[in-house]
Design a protein around this ligand. Sequence first.
Ligand code: PMP
Length: 360
Amino acid sequence: MNPEESFWSPAIRSLVPYVPGEQPKIPGLVKLNTNENPYPPSPQVVQAITAAARQGLQLYPDPQATALREVLAAHHGIAAGQVFAGNGSDEVLAHAFFAFFRHGRPLLMPDVTYSFYQVYCGLYGIAFEAVPLDEQMQIQVADYARADPLAVGGVVIANPNAPTGCALPLAAIEQLLQSQPGRVVLVDEAYVDFGADSAIGLIDRYPNLLVVQTLSKARSLAGLRVGFAAGQRHLIAALERVKDSFNSYPLDRLALAGAVAAYQDHAYFEQTRFAVMRSREGLTLALEDLGFEVLPSSANFILVRHPRRDAVLLAQALRERGILVRHFGSPRVAQYLRISVGTPPQCEALVQALGTILVA
Ligand code: PMP
């Protein structure tokens, strides 16, 4: 045993943690590597946080996040009892994995998806089966059907998927829900506001559906750490049990105030998400002109590859020019780069740099 590990519990020696994208403090860096929103949050969010900071920080926050859950419920046309809020959607996902997937049966997930899902499986001892995307890097829901649905521990997918950006229509989500009536199907909608359809409207019809969303992407609040789940009350009750066995106050007073304000400034949300979508379309065309293959994206990032250029070398060359993009080492995506959609000047800088790199 490595002597540094002698104080560790045996369970953590074999953990393979998630590796977040870099957050370097380099002035002038064009940071297109962690799918943040290039626009700041609504000014109303900043005002609400400032007001909350002046009032009551000596007191614990509301453990039930009631005001936020009411705002989220009103926004999505569901009941506040059908909403669970947590410290970023990563925490909500972790609680959901603990609450619903420890069946001793494999959890099904795409082979190419958000890599944190496998990390939670490692943390909680959940068996999983990676179901390959098809040749076009798309999820085929028929591949998740099993003769004995109870042989499955559940299903988790991201819609749009990450890092492909590709979205499934709601009809496909319904097919998935119907094929797993006895197990939870978790749909992670971190990027849904950039062009996919949310399954939240289906929760009343499917007792096995849990939808997870975040305020980190389309609401520009990655730094505030707020995410939530929507589902029928029996699913929310299970998440509350896990939360209240772990941390009663996952959302602090500033986060609660800022998150509520983000939903109150609807105009700003519409304006910024459409700006990102417009930039995505422009960036896609510009990269295609440079010879890149770009997967169709409904997210705030695109997954691209160049038929004749090595992805790692391209990422390095961009880095030398002060532009960060994300490369993943897993075999199916090793020749791709995931590029977050920036502001128009950031996208322009990327296209110019790639143009120079490709002629060199
Ligand atoms: N789901 C997916 C698919 C993601 O890409 C991310 C962001 N890395 C998350 C969930 C987590 O987001 P957050 O914890 O910031 O809400």
